[in-house]
Ligand binder design. Structure first.
Ligand SMILES: [Mn+2]
Length: 385
């Protein structure tokens, strides 16, 4: 049994106000190409199909096109989808009953009451059946009516108890879990990056021990590809770099091959060719411009300038060479001194004074008397309110 493990497509994503529609279409068409040549037995998408719970019409069309193209491949490849924390369960599940007839299995919600079970899809290969359990993103509070009166308190307990109800035969059958949560465990640390969104303050992690008996666990949520405690519990990561913090990531397509029961799954990583890369560049403005290669002019670029004398309108100059500047930062003695000053001054200061400093910093001159009066008036009004 060979299947593609994808997650976190985040269709509709923008990167520092640039729409990534073209980039997403390009990488998804590369996936369609791989599906046509590799002929996997299934395509698994482990949550965060869309970037928002209310996706734009354009985003819905992109995903519609992707599913339609995949479905054209003969013999048909089953597609297994769960919702992630970015998706709306109800919207994703729309017409899922009809889609099922076409071997597209969408699971938007975890069991809502005592009678419901985790969506299970049975697929077959030369060694027999494989059970795929589709566990969409959830919070323990969603399970209120499943475990009458005793809602699990932690995410780990919630996953354990949800799985117990399924009475899974780990000994004899081959089982795959598809899940979109924050799994941790083992010696290796779980690596997060800037394009993931976590709710603040909660302990959301699930101990990977809760799912180790599966033959493979196809995870979504974290955007960096990585195994959690063991190679058979894996985050495939995003297909594209979705933040500057991912510029060093090597994004690939995860292809999983399950052999006979008790054999370890084999993971292959197929290369991807994004339309535009995400890159960090650090140096003097002149060097960065002079050394710009022809093939990186369309890439998404984050620039850190180290010139000691602030160059004139650096962004405008960079934009003549690069089509997609994400940000221009300055790292020189001036900004470093400023930072260490800021670290020393922890006490609150008069807001007008702070603003005057900020203005001086940004404009290279002090506030004029008239400007100062305007700001005093604004801060005065804000203070009253
Ligand atoms: Mn995500």
């Amino acid at each position: 049994m060979k299947f593609f493990h994808l997650s976190d497509l985040h269709i509709g994503k923008t990167l520092h106000h640039y729409s990534m529609k073209e980039d997403q279409e390009a990488v998804l068409s590369e996936i369609i190409g791989y599906a046509a040549s590799v002929r996997p037995d299934a395509v698994v998408i482990a949550g965060d199909i869309y970037d928002r719970s209310v996706p734009s019409a354009e985003s819905v069309s992109v995903f519609d096109w992707f599913l339609t193209e995949l479905s054209k491949i003969r013999p048909a490849i089953p597609i297994l989808i769960i919702s992630g924390n970015h998706d709306s369960a109800e919207r994703l599940e729309y017409v899922s009953g009809i889609l099922k007839e076409h071997q597209i299995y969408v699971s938007g919600s975890v069991p809502r009451d005592e009678t419901e079970r985790i969506c299970k899809v049975k697929l077959e290969d030369e060694y027999g059946e494989v059970d795929f359990y589709l566990l969409p993103f959830f919070r323990p509070s969603y399970l209120r009516n499943v475990f009458k009166g005793e809602t699990p308190e932690t995410y780990t307990e919630a996953v354990q108890r949800l799985l117990e109800r399924e009475e899974i035969d780990y000994e004899n059958r081959r089982n795959v879990l598809v899940s979109h949560q924050f799994y941790t465990g083992g010696k290796g640390e779980t690596v997060t990056c800037d394009s993931e969104i976590f709710s603040v303050g909660g302990i959301e992690n699930v101990d990977a021990g809760a799912v180790e008996d599966f033959d493979y666990v196809a995870l979504g949520h974290l955007h960096g590809p990585q195994n959690v405690s063991s190679p058979h519990i894996r985050y495939c990561g995003t297909l594209l770099k979705y933040s500057v913090s991912e510029s060093g990531h090597d994004k690939r397509l995860t292809v999983v091959t399950l052999g006979e029961k008790k054999e370890k799954p084999v993971i292959d990583l197929l290369p991807l060719h994004p339309l535009r890369d995400v890159k960090k560049k650090t140096g003097n403005l002149k060097d960065i411009i002079d050394q710009a290669a022809e093939d990186e002019r369309e890439d998404y670029i984050s620039v850190t300038l180290t010139d000691e004398v602030d160059p004139y309108k650096p962004r405008e100059q960079l934009e003549k060479v690069f089509g997609h500047i994400l940000e221009v930062r300055v790292d020189n003695n001036r900004t470093r001194n400023k930072l260490s000053e800021l670290e020393e001054e922890t006490a609150f200061r008069d807001p007008v004074e702070s603003f005057a400093d900020f203005y001086q910093e940004m404009q290279g001159r002090a506030l004029e008397e008239e400007e100062l009066q305007i700001m005093l008036e604004i801060f005065g009004q804000a203070g009253e309110e």
